[in-house]
Design a protein around this ligand. Structure first.
Ligand code: PMV
Length: 342
C-alpha cells in the first residue's frame, strides 16, 4: 500500500527522440584531454539521414532512502554501464537539484557492430533527450553528448557542423555553418564491409597515435586550412575541391594510424579496393569521395546524378551479401539534427 502509492506519486518523465550518426569530412583523431573530452584538432561533419537511433528516456525522481540505478538497453539487450554512460548521467545529475535515475532504451536501424558511428547517434540521442526533459541549454546538451563520445557532439546539430577544440577561455563547442538543405543534391553511399576481426577502439587508437606518432603533429598543424577548405567548397557547391579534401583527410587519418607504434590498421583489402574503384570512377572528373572512420566501412560522398552509375559499378565489382565482401549498400540524403518523436 504505502510504498506503492509513494512510487505512483513519484514523478516520472518520458521522452522519445531520434538522432542520426554523422560522418566527418575532416576527422577527429586524438584528444588533448580525455577527462574533458577535448580534441587535438577541429573536425567537421554531416549527418546521415537513412540511419538513426530511436531512444526512449525515462527519468524517475528518486525519493530519499530509495535505491537508484540507471539502466541502458540497446536493441533490446541490457548493457552494463561503462564509464562513458556513468559520466553522462553523473554530469546531468550535477546540474539538477533533485535526485533522478535514468532508464534508456535505444534501437538503431543499422548494425551497431558495423562500426558506423552508432555511438555518435546513441549518445547524441541520450544527451538531447536529457536536455529536453530538463530544459537544459544547448551547450549542456553538446557537452553531455561529448562526454559519451566525442564525435557525438557533432550529431546534436544539423547541417555542416564543426566541432571546435576550443581555446583558452573558450570551451570546446559545436557550430553549424550551413543547414543540410544547402546542397540538396549531395548524397552518401554507405558500403558496409565484412569485418575480419575486431579493431582497436577509437579511444585506444587515439591514445596510441597521440603518444607515438610524430606525423600527427603535422596533421594538426594543417587542420585550420583544411576546415576552411571544406567550408568554402561546401558553400560554393564545389564538389571536386571538397572531394579531394575529404579523401586526403581520410587517407591522412589512416596514415597517422599506420605511423602509430605498434601500427593500427582499420582498412582491409576490400576498403582498398573501394579506394581504387573511386579513383578510377574519378579518372576524368571527380564525382565521388570516400572516407573511412575507425573501421573498414566506406562512406562515399557523391551527387544525385552519379548515384546510379556508381552503384552499378560497385555491384559489378564486389560480391554483395551477408557473407560476401560487401554486406550491404545504402544510399542516403544528408540528415537533420535530433528531434522529439513522442
Ligand atoms: O566515436 P569517437 O567519438 O570515439 O571518435 C571516432 C572518430 C572517428 O570516427 C574515427 C573520426 C570522426 O571524426 O568521426
Amino acid at each position: 500500500g504505502e510504498t506503492k502509492r509513494q512510487k505512483l506519486d513519484g514523478e516520472e518523465r518520458r521522452i522519445t527522440v531520434v538522432a542520426h550518426p554523422n560522418i566527418a569530412l575532416i576527422k577527429y583523431w586524438g584528444k588533448a584531454s580525455e577527462k574533458e573530452m577535448i580534441p587535438l584538432n577541429d573536425s567537421i561533419s554531416l549527418t546521415i539521414e537513412c540511419f538513426h537511433a530511436t531512444t526512449t528516456l525515462i527519468a524517475r525522481r528518486v525519493n530519499e532512502g530509495e535505491e537508484s540505478g540507471d539502466t541502458v538497453s540497446i536493441n533490446g539487450v541490457d548493457i552494463g554501464l561503462n564509464t562513458r554512460f556513468h559520466r553522462v548521467f553523473k554530469s546531468v545529475r550535477d546540474l539538477l537539484s533533485d535526485r533522478w535515475s535514468f532508464s534508456v532504451s535505444s534501437s538503431t536501424n543499422f548494425p551497431v557492430a558495423a562500426g558506423l558511428a552508432s555511438s555518435a547517434a546513441g549518445f547524441a540521442a541520450i544527451a538531447f533527450a536529457l536536455g529536453k526533459t530538463f530544459d537544459l541549454p544547448g551547450e549542456d546538451i553538446e557537452r553531455l553528448a561529448r562526454y559519451g563520445s566525442g564525435s557525438a557532439s557533432r550529431s546534436v546539430l544539423a547541417g555542416l557542423v564543426q566541432w571546435k577544440k576550443g581555446e583558452e577561455g573558450k570551451e570546446s563547442h559545436v557550430i553549424s555553418h550551413f543547414p543540410a538543405d544547402h546542397w540538396p543534391k549531395l548524397r552518401l553511399v554507405i558500403l558496409v564491409v565484412k569485418e575480419e576481426e575486431k579493431a582497436i577502439s577509437s579511444k585506444e587508437g587515439m591514445e596510441r597515435t597521440a603518444r607515438t606518432s610524430a606525423l600527427l603533429q603535422d596533421r594538426i598543424r594543417r587542420n585550420g586550412e583544411k576546415i576552411k577548405g571544406i567550408i568554402d567548397s561546401f558553400s560554393a557547391h564545389d564538389f571536386p575541391s571538397m572531394a579531394e579534401l575529404i579523401m586526403r583527410d581520410s587517407n591522412e587519418m589512416h596514415a597517422v594510424c599506420l605511423d602509430s607504434y605498434p601500427p593500427i590498421q582499420y582498412l582491409n583489402s576490400t576498403s582498398w579496393s573501394i579506394i581504387n574503384l573511386v579513383h578510377s570512377f574519378n579518372s576524368e572528373i571527380v564525382r565521388a569521395a570516400y572516407t573511412f572512420d575507425a573501421g573498414p566501412n566506406a562512406c562515399i560522398f557523391t551527387l544525385e546524378e552519379h548515384v546510379d552509375e556508381f552503384r552499378t559499378l560497385v555491384s559489378s565489382s564486389f560480391s554483395i551479401g551477408e557473407n560476401a565482401e560487401l554486406k550491404s549498400i545504402a544510399v542516403s540524403n544528408l540528415g537533420q539534427g535530433p528531434r522529439i518523436v513522442e
